[in-house]
Design a binder for this molecule. Sequence first.
Ligand code: F6P
Length: 320
Amino acid sequence: MLKSIAVMTSGGDSPGMNAAARAVVRTALFVGARVWGINNGYHGLLEEDMFEMQSKNVGDIIQRGGTFLGTARCKRWQTPEGRMQGYKNLVDRGIQGLVVIGGDGSLRGAQLLSQETGIPIVGLPGTIDNDVWGSDYTIGCDTAANTIIDAINKLRDTASAHRRVIVLEVMGRNSGWLAMVSGISGGAEYILVPEEEYDLDEICTEMKIAYEAGKRYILVVVAEGAGSGKEIGKAISEKTGLDTRVSILGYVQRGGSPTVIDRVKASQLGEKAALAIISGLSDIVFGFNRGNVVSINLHDAVTNKKKLDPEYIHLAKVLA
Ligand code: F6P
């Protein structure tokens, strides 16, 4: 049994990271282990910016978006020398294992640390993108999707008022999951994702026919990995002559108080991660599959590309 572990958040922040970190800390303390918090992700690990935590350190945070530990994108971590320095900083404090809460990039960095030093690592999928292989859920994806449909509801009002085509660009990096689920939930007429080819000329022809048949407005949700909302909106306007506007939702998708789903699932994952690493397990990521917590091999999680559920793709076509 490990007697001392550390937890950190890394990469793009996401609502629910605090709930996950809180569960790691309180579970570790519950089973009698010591637990350190590392500030600002791998940058803080390299700068030795870490502190031993007590239960009160994670009080009053479950409802907060962002991450109280802070996060960063750290170039030095991409070097073996940087990772070795981080490992040394852990060992110097008697820290025997590390829980990393972050997206695929952060988990890849964790996998390299484990591979190069042998230190036990357990990962949790902390990203709004829902793009971690092996899990059908990532911490923050539910809150982000709800933020997007709130925006879609508002955009439908103004699109209807002006009989406009509105193009909404959403986040997701190279994944179309956020666009897909929010597009379906928001009743978008078109959902453009990187996982599926689309023909803009064909879409524009359909739009013109729809308006001639009395369509009052059209909503297009574009995943940022599928193209630039601005360019797509310009092309639609030029090809159809329809009054078109573009909204790029941006960083509001990363914030907000986490939903019940994100709080509960993040807490479940945090507990599992703490118990696993303290019991000596390593090189795994905890996620969800059809509602149940699953453990995924860390190397598999970071080397495989997650596919978009074909059922969603089909449903979007049927319901458009
Ligand atoms: O990975 C989460 C995410 O929000 C992506 O959806 C987005 O493309 C990226 O982070 C933005 O990165 P940054 O916060 O470094 O600008």
